[in-house]
Design a protein around this ligand. Structure first.
Ligand code: NFE
Length: 535
């Protein structure tokens, strides 16, 4: 306790249901968050490990940053090296890469919604009080799931009961069950808990999409600088298997994920006014034609000050990273080509250095990246599928577009883009099949590694805008920097003292019970943090 009006500190360390080690520290006054600090508590140093290595090997190393977005660093890395060399890869290579990328989105977002985020909104213990018959009626009303019926929900409830009565809640332990901020009726809680279990089964299948075109998951092995390795062996059987699993996953998104999202959101409309930020950056991805980035399904752009009327173009030249509040050797903010990673371990000092994250800025501004940024940029640019889907969701929930700038908006945007990207995957699969039928099996572009070159790869990955920058000297890596979604979202204050996005988003959050800060989990999880990538 300190100050005239009593304020209180809440420190969540480590925060769970995310990747890596994150500490969130907030000051609460008058029942609301007044100040916030986000601190990455681990150091990786992969940028240092890369120095002096062969640029063709970089993607194998960077992909190991993470076991969640396992593929995306490999894709961004080969793009950076190909940009430095000055080659374009064949259309088939782009299609295979895009299909792997789409599969990553589907898997990642389903797992996030159900297994990392849902329990912030769904009270599993309350599900024990549900009437299975009423739950079956509710599920029939809101979703098109292929499972259901009174005995199905009774069975799920019995299993939950055994679990809870055993006193060994496992992954459901230490949650804030019974918290007053949980608003779903028992029947909705039981329906969502059942779908949590169904999603566990489904995601194991969705993950296999990577194995078909990439050999394995995590960390598919089929990318190389110049193209991909996995098409000559692609039999009709394997393409059919891809299509089958994609369809099952997409049906789940359409018939279960989106209806669950809408059902849960309808009880939490107040969260449309909590947890928003100001600036939104997307590098965009998923080309629909050879024109890049112009034809991106999720466009490139920058929404400044929430101005959806005049979205700006986005240019990687305007990216800098600050180290003022990170445990790094002091220096000016630098563009990633000239970026340095010089770790200097230190104490946690909220007025000084307090994290292993650097603080990325776009044109000097702190920017949120991720599903909400992509959807807002696409919406502002009038992307037809996004516009139609977003307007449909707003209408169904009977809320204005302003609620998009919030924790609820972020969580809804993730579902919306899963649906749109997933749907479009069938177009790329058909194009690939067509090319193979025509006898076009080219997947690799020859090249010679230059002695000296520099290049960048941009991408938009499940958690947001991702960029890799490489400088090559004597055919070896002289410098390699990546600026990652979770670095953008979870980075600290910059040299100017402007808060990072999650810090900004937390300000004003109502806290009903400081001993059980469920509300903080909601906003932090809505960004889908990955600390292992971000540092
Ligand atoms: Ni480790 Fe990742 C994604 C990247 S991080 S999860 O999506 O890049 O923010």
């Amino acid at each position: 306790m300190s100050g005239k009006t009593s304020s209180q500190r809440i420190t969540i360390d480590p925060m769970t249901r995310l990747e890596g080690h994150l500490k969130i520290d907030v000051e609460v006054e008058g029942g609301k968050v007044k100040n916030a600090w986000s601190s990455g508590q681990l150091f990786r140093g992969i940028e240092i490990i890369l120095q002096g290595r062969d640029p063709r090997d970089a993607h194998h190393f960077v992909q190991r940053s993470c076991g969640v977005c396992t593929y995306v660093h490999a894709l961004t890395s080969v793009r950076a090296v190909e940009d430095a060399i000055g080659i374009d890869v064949p259309p088939n290579a782009k299609l295979v890469r895009r299909l792997l990328h789409g599969a990553q989105f589907m898997h990642d977002h389903i797992v996030h919604f159900y297994h990392l985020h849902a329990l912030d909104w769904v009270d599993v213990v309350s599900a024990l009080k549900a009437d299975p018959q009423k739950t079956a009626a509710l599920a029939d009303n809101v979703s098109n799931a292929s499972w259901g019926g009174t005995s199905y929900y009774k069975g799920v409830q019995d299993r939950l009961k055994t679990f809870v009565e055993s006193g060994q809640l496992g992954i459901l332990n230490n949650a804030y069950w019974g918290h007053s901020a949980y608003k779903l009726p028992p029947e909705a809680n039981l329906m969502a808990a059942a779908n949590y279990i169904e999603a566990l089964r489904l995601q194991a299948k969705t993950a296999r999409l990577h194995a078909i075109f990439g050999g394995k998951n995590p960390h598919p092995q089929s990318l190389v600088v110049g193209g991909v390795t996995s098409i000559k062996d692609l039999s009709t059987d394997r393409i059919t298997e891809f299509k089958y699993i994609w369809k099952e996953s997409q049906d789940f998104v359409k018939n279960v994920y989106i209806p669950d999202l809408l059902a849960v959101a309808s009880f939490y409309k107040d969260w449309g006014g909590i947890g928003g930020t100001t600036n939104f950056l997307a590098w965009g991805d998923f080309a629909l034609t050879e024109e890049e980035p112009e034809s991106y399904l999720m466009p490139r752009g920058f929404v400044k000050n929430r101005d959806l009327k005049s979205p700006l173009e986005a240019d990687q030249k305007k990216v800098t990273e600050h180290v003022t509040h990170g445990w790094y050797a002091d220096g000016d903010a630098k563009h990633p080509y000239d970026g340095e990673t010089k770790p200097v371990p230190g104490d946690y000092n909220e007025d000084g250095k307090y994290t292993w994250f650097k603080a990325p800025r776009y044109d000097g501004e702190s920017c949120e990246v991720g599903p909400l940024s992509r959807v807002l940029v696409a919406y502002a640019k009038g992307q037809p599928q996004v516009k139609e889907t977003v307007d449909g969701v707003l209408k169904q929930l009977d809320v204005p577009a302003s609620v998009l700038f919030s924790t609820l908006g972020r969580t809804a945007a993730r579902g919306i883009e899963t649906l749109i990207i997933g749907e479009t995957m069938s177009v790329w699969l058909d194009q690939l099949v067509e090319n193979i039928k025509r006898g076009d099996k080219k997947v690799y572009q020859e090249y010679e590694m230059p002695d000296e070159a520099m290049g960048y790869g941009l991408n938009d990955v499940p958690r947001g805008a991702l960029g890799h920058w490489i400088k090559i000297k004597n055919k070896k890596i002289a410098n390699y920097q990546y600026v990652v979604p979770s670095t953008w979202n979870f980075g600290p204050r910059c040299a100017k003292g402007t808060l990072g996005p999650v810090e900004e988003a937390l300000i004003g959050t109502p806290i009903a019970d400081p001993k059980k800060p469920l509300e903080i989990l909601r906003t932090v999880h809505s960004f889908d943090p990955c600390i292992a990538c971000g540092i």
